[in-house]
Design a protein around this ligand. Structure first.
Ligand code: SF4
Length: 340
């Protein structure tokens, strides 16, 4: 069965090469598998995960907590805990396999070429220094600018993320900024580095709805103006519908479904994707559904489809055979025995 999955993943990669010929791929994750050393031995957490990021496009990685979204993102940045071990696969950025790079080489990429917008911006801003100091430090390290030139760049970055009175606000400490302003400041740092890839890990979860919309507008503008590739990690399919060009639904460390956003929303096919969509409050006219149970922990051994204990459509092969990720229509892949 494992070799079948490999075959289908290879087919997936080949197809991606064809589909994406017209676009510039900036990052290619190929067949990434990894696990963690735990007290109970080595536990697998990701299986054969493949996806690509393209210039000027947003890929949404969707799923509940514990589905492998953030682990996939942290693998790109090589910020996994020491207990993690990548067992196979590659992460190709501009022709280089990031998995082969040492820490020093990664420092030239992390923050500079690939920037992270975290869920809680307080984890990225040092409360002891002004926001301006922190932004100027980033500009000094990544662009080699100092003095007036660096200050001018910092003001431009604040202007770009619509922080008013930029020159004055650079003197503020993080606690003097609201949640939305802090998130804008983090985005300004990514802009100042001229990052080609933004990894936005639940970037608006800690913000209220109005600010959420402003931050997402801002990210859309950045994508269009700078041709930035965005990896949007979220459990919120409403946010995905508004913002993503491509969608990858993950469940328990595997890709369950992947497609361009228009095809995904026109024809969601995996029972897990359908259940997520049916649980959206915006699904007017229908009763809100919940998905019974929780995603399995990495300790849990589940044979066959890892969604089968929660799936309403479970049938005979599901508890024995892992479903392959296969094409159900051009550019649309799904891993489910039910979907042909
Ligand atoms: Fe449900 Fe079976 Fe499809 Fe898994 S393979 S999602 S259990 S129908």
């Amino acid at each position: 069965m494992v070799s079948n999955i490999k075959c289908s993943q290879q087919a997936y990669s080949d197809k991606q090469d064809t589909w994406y010929n017209f676009y510039m791929k900036v990052l290619d994750i190929n067949n990434l598998s990894l696990g963690f050393n735990t007290e109970n031995g080595f536990k697998e957490a990701l299986w054969d995960v493949s996806f690509s990021l393209e210039e000027g496009k947003t890929l949404a990685l969707v799923g509940e907590s514990g589905c492998g979204k953030s682990v996939s993102a942290m693998s790109i940045l090589k910020l996994l805990p020491k207990t993690a071990k990548i067992t196979s696969g590659s992460i190709i950025y501009r022709g280089k396999n990031l998995l082969d790079l040492d820490d020093k080489s990664m420092q030239g990429i992390r923050g500079k070429k690939i920037a992270l917008i975290p869920q809680d911006p307080m984890t990225s801003l040092n409360p002891l220094y002004t926001v301006g100091n922190q932004l100027l430090e980033v500009i000094k390290i990544h662009q080699g600018l100092t003095g007036k030139e660096a200050l001018q760049k910092a003001i431009e970055a604040f202007d770009a993320v619509q922080i008013p009175s930029a020159k004055e606000r650079l003197k503020s400490y993080p606690h003097e900024f609201s949640g939305g302003m802090k998130q804008r400041a983090i985005i300004a740092m990514a802009l100042a580095c001229q990052a080609e890839i933004l990894i936005a890990d639940e970037p608006t979860t800690a913000l209220d709805v109005t600010i959420q919309a402003q931050i997402m507008d801002l990210m859309r503008n950045i994508k269009q103006e700078n041709n930035t590739a965005i990896l949007l990690i979220t459990h919120d399919l409403a946010l995905v519908k508004e913002n993503a060009d491509n969608v990858c639904v993950m469940y328990s460390g595997r890709i369950a479904e992947s497609a361009p956003a228009d095809k995904f929303f026109a024809n969601p096919s995996h029972p897990y994707s359908i259940a997520l969509l049916n649980s959206l409050p915006a699904n007017r006219g229908k009763l809100l559904e919940t998905i019974q149970g929780q995603p399995p922990s990495i300790d849990q051994i589940i044979m066959g489809c890892r969604f089968h204990p929660r799936c309403k459509n479970v049938f005979e092969p599901c508890s024995d055979n892992v479903p392959e990720l296969r094409e159900i229509e051009p550019q649309h892949l799904c891993a489910c025995h039910l979907v042909k």
